[in-house]
Ligand binder design. Structure first.
Ligand SMILES: NC(=O)c1ccc[n+]([C@@H]2O[C@H](COP(=O)([O-])OP(=O)(O)OC[C@H]3O[C@@H](n4cnc5c(N)ncnc54)[C@H](OP(=O)(O)O)[C@@H]3O)[C@@H](O)[C@H]2O)c1
Length: 259
């Protein structure tokens, strides 16, 4: 008689797992904290504004969360900051880099400082966070990292040269980090969201020429996304359900890039 395969529950339990989330004070980062905390995770919330981070904390289940005010423009300090924090809090099981900036500017008006700052927050901070995370004592034996790329890292958009360059770089970075650390038990993945209703999207709407934002909206067959649509995908990539996934970019864009 053939034996039935053992049925396993879908692994969504984050009880006791520690996750560091950058960009936790707003939009996708905040929704990610809400999703992870509802599954039992203990969070380290990173942003520059204490009161906005406290606002996120007030929406979370559980009380073992920690707020850390840190400006990711201090790129060279990231590794030691993480080491010191982990010595106090214990190792993290996961890291989400949701902090990011988007500046809308046609190439002829794109100055070096704007380009550099975009690359610093979106890419250089991601590199240093990964470097800090891989250190002994900073992360658990099996751990998962998720970066926030964008559909603009896969397809172009006029006026977003610096932003799309930075988001494309994250996709390539993820692949190399995944290969370099597969043997160390760290998975690296990326999410490429379409347009999501956050403060960033509001700023984009104000910066684009009249009509362009509406055209962008209409190019999403499933309509504009909610922060929780991305948070759920991030939660999946952090969970054991994704234990065989590394080096990939999960497109969550309401169908934008299917066309
Ligand atoms: N919304 C979209 O349509 C969309 C689409 C595709 C990809 N994404 C990506 O998804 C991620 C989250 O976007 P969002 O829409 O949630 O953006 P958001 O609402 O504008 O939030 C951005 C976050 O980044 C943090 N941040 C910015 N500069 C920082 C710095 N120097 N140091 C530390 N933290 C800093 C902000 O914290 P403070 O409180 O310190 O300002 C804030 O928490 C970004 O990487 C974005 O590029 C968004």
């Amino acid at each position: 008689m053939s034996q039935k395969p053992e049925l396993q529950r879908y692994p969504t339990d984050f009880s006791g797992r520690k996750i560091l989330v950058t960009g936790a004070s707003s939009g996708i980062g905040r929704a990610t904290c809400v999703s992870l905390a509802s599954l039992g995770a203990q969070l380290t919330l990173v942003g520059r504004d204490h009161s906005r981070l406290q606002e996120t904390i007030s929406q979370l289940v559980g009380c073992n969360h920690r707020v850390e005010v840190f400006d990711l423009l201090h790129t060279s300090a990231i590794c030691s900051w993480m080491k010191n924090l982990a010595a106090e809090l214990g190792p993290w099981d996961g890291l989400v880099h949701s902090a990011g900036i988007l500046v809308t500017r046609p190439l002829r008006y794109l100055d070096c400082d704007t380009f550099d700052e975009t690359m610093q927050i979106n890419v250089a901070a991601a590199v240093q966070l990964a470097k800090g995370f891989r250190q002994r004592g900073v992360r658990a034996e099996r751990a998962s990292v998720v970066f926030l790329s964008s559909m603009m890292g896969l397809v172009g958009q006029a006026g977003l040269v610096a932003y799309s360059a930075s988001k494309g770089a994250l996709i390539a970075l993820t692949k190399s980090l995944a290969l370099e650390h597969a043997g160390d038990g760290i998975r690296f993945n990326c999410i490429a969201p379409g347009l999501v209703e956050t403060e960033m999207a509001q700023r984009l709407q104000k910066a684009l020429p009249p009509g362009s934002y509406e055209t962008l909206l209409q190019a999403h067959p499933l309509g504009v996304g909610k922060p929780e649509d991305i948070a759920h995908a991030i939660t999946f990539l952090l969970s054991d359900a994704a234990r065989w996934i590394t080096g990939t970019t999960l497109v969550v864009d309401g169908g934008y890039t299917a066309q």
